[in-house]
Design a protein around this ligand. Structure first.
Ligand code: NAD
Length: 458
């Protein structure tokens, strides 16, 4: 079949897989190929057991796969055959050398740029989909054109704003699609080509364009603002606990001011996910390298409050349970960093589990989608850890339940039954404030929400 456009995506992860599946699903006239260096991941994308869990992703992939959506490991062939190449490789925090623990590790991105340069034999539009430090497109251009072989590359920035857990909804009906480019006639033409793809299903007024550096920076700033809101409300939850104020009431009152807005004002044990911390630290690093220490300090505070919130959770548990957790069985309800995903990267549950293990507690972990990733995430943690799919079985015989993830199923459980099966006194630490605290208290639990007075029988 003759396709109208050939599109390649390098990197078949949480972003590359779903975004390309959506383009292929909405645009049967385009051939979309997703490649990766990891053959196992590609095999999973070609199977019924996809490598990531996202509601409705399976249906979208099933519809398009084999029709105009293809997954393989032949990166070289993919580059040669495609007109538009999305780069969606991982850009984790650097763990070595200069900028360790702060800067983005650009090694995967750089390798990809070189590979595109080496394999391309015709004009390519290269789209930065990964989240990258501002000015990365300049380095991308320098690498791509370093062979001086007359092949033209137009680099665009098109950061991804999807949220895991709602990726398909976000891709199908995005708040905005941002495309940054240089202002040269060639780059503007390339930008139009990318606009044309999204315009197949995204209303034109939601496809916004900007200069390329604004686009790169907007992604880091978006994540910084989102995380800042969580840290802001979490910092106030600590004050509520000291003053008998109730964070839910405070959030409601504050959020009803339309200038503030009521979204993203839920307190919790802390934010997680592969992006927020990494992107803020990257922003902090960039600010410091530009001599903007005050700005860097301001944003670094968001990460510090997040760490503080997790530690506060542990200290609250310790103090509620008579200052010793040694030998106590503690059940973590949820391990994914948020509901509706199996992703556990930077999940607060990882540090909570690590700290509980340090306190010599025995851990029982339950999660509808994330147990496999939880096992990997905790492989270095010493101590007794059991992984149990069924939440009733997981809680039986435990001293405490700590809610780590806001999965809907947890609010609907039969807590009378759970209470009966637990060791007494039985505790609930609701790290997401999703349970009915008064009801749990009536059943007999000692209940510790976040940012609300505890309900205890002592
Ligand atoms: N996960 C999210 O919710 C999200 C949202 C928006 C933006 N982002 C950004 O998107 C980028 C990708 O994130 P992700 O969560 O999809 O990461 P991921 O780790 O799930 O996927 C990245 C993939 O790239 C592959 N890869 C690495 N080097 C490669 C190479 N040289 N050639 C081919 N494949 C290679 C890896 O094998 C991996 O499968 C990051 O920059 C991230 O910050 C992520």
């Amino acid at each position: 079949m003759n396709f109208k456009k050939t599109i390649l995506c390098i990197g078949a992860g949480y972003v590359g897989g779903p975004t390309m599946a959506m383009i292929a699903y909405k645009c049967p006239q385009y051939k979309v190929t997703v490649v990766d260096i990891n053959p196992e991941r590609i095999a999973q994308w070609n199977s019924d057991d996809l490598p990531i869990y996202e509601p409705d992703l399976g249906e979208i992939v099933k519809t398009a796969r084999g029709r105009n959506l293809f997954f393989n490991t032949d990166i070289e062939k993919g580059i040669k055959e495609s007109e538009i190449i999305f780069v969606s490789v991982n850009t984790p925090t650097k763990t070595y050398g200069t900028g360790a623990g702060m800067a983005a590790d650009l090694q995967y991105w750089e390798k990809t740029a070189r590979q595109i340069r080496d394999c391309a034999d015709s004009h390519k539009i290269v789209v930065e989909k990964s989240t990258l430090p501002v000015k990365t497109a300049l380095a991308m251009e320098r690498i791509l054109t370093s062979m001086n072989n007359g092949i033209r590359f137009d680099v665009l920035s098109n950061p991804e704003f999807l949220a895991e857990g709602t990726a398909i909804k976000d891709l199908e009906d995005p708040g905005r699609v941002l495309i940054g480019s240089r202002e040269t006639p060639d780059c503007l033409k390339a930008r139009d080509a990318l606009v044309e793809i999204y315009a197949n299903w995204v209303p034109k007024e939601r496809i916004i364009t900007s200069n390329i550096w604004s686009s790169e920076l907007s992604k880091l700033v978006s994540n910084a603002f989102l995380a800042q809101r969580i840290s802001s409300i979490n910092s106030i939850s600590a004050l509520c606990e000291k003053t008998d104020a109730n964070i839910i009431e405070v959030s409601r009152a504050v959020g009803m001011d339309s200038r503030v807005g009521n979204k993203f004002l839920n307190t919790s044990v802390g934010f997680g996910g592969s992006c927020f911390k990494k992107d803020i630290l990257n922003l902090v690093y960039i600010c410091r390298s530009q001599g903007l220490d005050e700005v860097a300090d301001y944003w670094e505070g968001v990460v510090k409050i997040n760490d503080y919130q997790k530690e506060r959770f542990i200290l609250n548990m310790l103090s509620a349970m008579f200052n010793t957790l040694a030998g106590k069985r503690i059940c973590l309800f949820g391990f994914a960093f948020k509901a509706n995903t199996g992703d556990t990267r930077e999940s607060p549950a990882i540090s909570i589990a690590g700290r509980l293990a340090e306190e010599k507690a025995d851990l029982i972990i339950t999660d509808p989608q994330a147990l496999k990733n939880a096992m990997i995430a905790l492989s270095d943690v010493n101590g007794e850890i059991d992984y149990v799919k069924d939440p009733y079985d997981a809680a039986a015989g435990c001293d405490a339940i700590a809610v780590m993830t806001e999965w809907d199923i947890y609010a609907g459980l039969d807590f009378e039954k759970i209470y009966k099966s637990m060791t007494k006194p039985a505790f609930v630490f609701d790290g997401r404030n999703i349970l009915d605290h008064e009801k749990l208290f009536e059943i007999g639990f000692n209940v510790y929400p976040i940012g609300k007075p505890a309900l205890t029988h002592f």
